[in-house]
Ligand binder design. Sequence first.
Ligand code: VG1
Ligand code: CO
Length: 542
Amino acid sequence: MIRTVATAPFDGQKPGTSGLRKKVPVFQQPNYVENFVQSVFDSLSDFEGETLVVGGDGRFYNREAIQKVIKMAAAAGFGRVMVGKGGILSTPAASCVIRKHGAFGGIILSASHNPGGPHGDFGIKYNIGNGGPAPEKITDAIFARTKTISEYRIADVPDVDLDRLGITRVANMVVDVIDPVEDYAELMASLFDFEAIRALFAGGFTMRFDAMSAVTGPYAKAIIEGTLGAPAGTVINAEPLPDFGGHHPDPNLVHAKDLFNLMMGSEAPDLGAASDGDGDRNLIIGRGRFVTPSDSLALIAANAHLAPGYKGGIAGIARSMPTSGAADRVADKLGIKCYETPTGWKFFGNLLDVGLATICGEESAGTGSNHVREKDGLWAVLMWLNILAARGESVDAIVVDYWRGYGRNYYTRHDYEEIDASAAEGLIADLRARLASLPGQSFGGLAVERADDFAYDDPVDGSMTTKQGLRIFFEGGSRIVYRLSGTGTAGATLRVYIERFEGDPARQDQDPQVALADLIAISRSLPDIAGRTGRTEPDVIT
Ligand code: VG1
Ligand code: CO
């Protein structure tokens, strides 16, 4: 019943920010999914009889890939697969299920915020028993295995009915099709003051949650409209679609433009929110007020004690290096540490596991806490609802009050997408070579104080991660950071992060693109982006 199939090393992918991501037709090649999944299993040990959690964001090819994973898990000797009904599990829900049921690990099928459909993107990643993305030690081993693999093993059995809850047998393994929402909803109820949020909605508070035809629809409907009593229609685009309705399920100001326009207009509800393809990102917009993810992290950390799950205070904060320094000042005020990690959620896992950090966040619209080991879009929205219910103020009032008290970090990220990969690598390599010569030089009238290539020394396991982004610090605390994306599937994406601190309350209400205009000009001329890439403007500004 178990078949061993001869195969050959394949074009895997050097571990990037989160697992293997490629175009759908790449995954549809014969043996492609099988090769990667076998490479994962070959890099693990002692999982005989253990539980594997499997689920994805419902995008095109999700079901086909899940059937292969189930049959290969049976052949590899797992004792049980827990899979979300319909093949659905948001990334944070998968993390929750792994932890709650003591699973050995999980396989998540998603390409996050990247577009889906037959010509869109697909992805597979492995999460470990703490519920978080596999650390580099494991992803490196998986990558090495893809280069030497010669066979895979698969159970020759019919497909499992993913739409019927309950237990079936596949070879010597049990498959348990579970409600994808239940465990997650129960966890959220244990963290937040649902009574207070229910009262908020009962009192006429209005909200729009755009699930972007992606995975959070069923979660948001059950929790926000169901348990919390928000009126029907509060959650829109709530049905997960294989192609996300043709949209790009990225909750930013470009791809969630309709929500942004609504929130800036006269018909705006009190809160606008959205999440991405796999449910780990969040967008928060108040009436007339967009909250940048870096500010949201700082604000959540400063107000977390208002939610029952965090009422004892937080132990520490962690932010990825390109995320603004706003959270650092909240940490200072609370008398706790703020850790600075490389981009990608996997670096937060250790800090959360040993209790050094409670709240984590990234500038790319990711916020989360020690409740799971992934960033969690709906969690951030519920945290905001809890804070709004407890404070009885508007989003705008809370943000402005925060700036007045802590100062404002003007912040923007400029992305140059699908540029020529060798041009992008050349730009970074040459800038890296110039770093040591920059301090003391002036650009556009601003002197460079120091420049480096960010490296992270993990305080828990001592592992060292280098070359995580080129940082140029200017006088007065301004900063420009350059790095190449690790999640794209076509060409290279250059990300440029620009930040300036403004402590003067009279100058905190400008448009960031205006407030940062001088630094933006420097960010382009210093490495000669136009000359090297042919681009004079970024494709996406957030
Ligand atoms: C991007 C973001 C990063 C995030 C990653 C995964 O990575 O910048 O902060 O952790 O996506 O997010 P990169 O390497 O493209 O900059 V998700 O929502 O794809 O799991
Ligand atoms: Co995501």
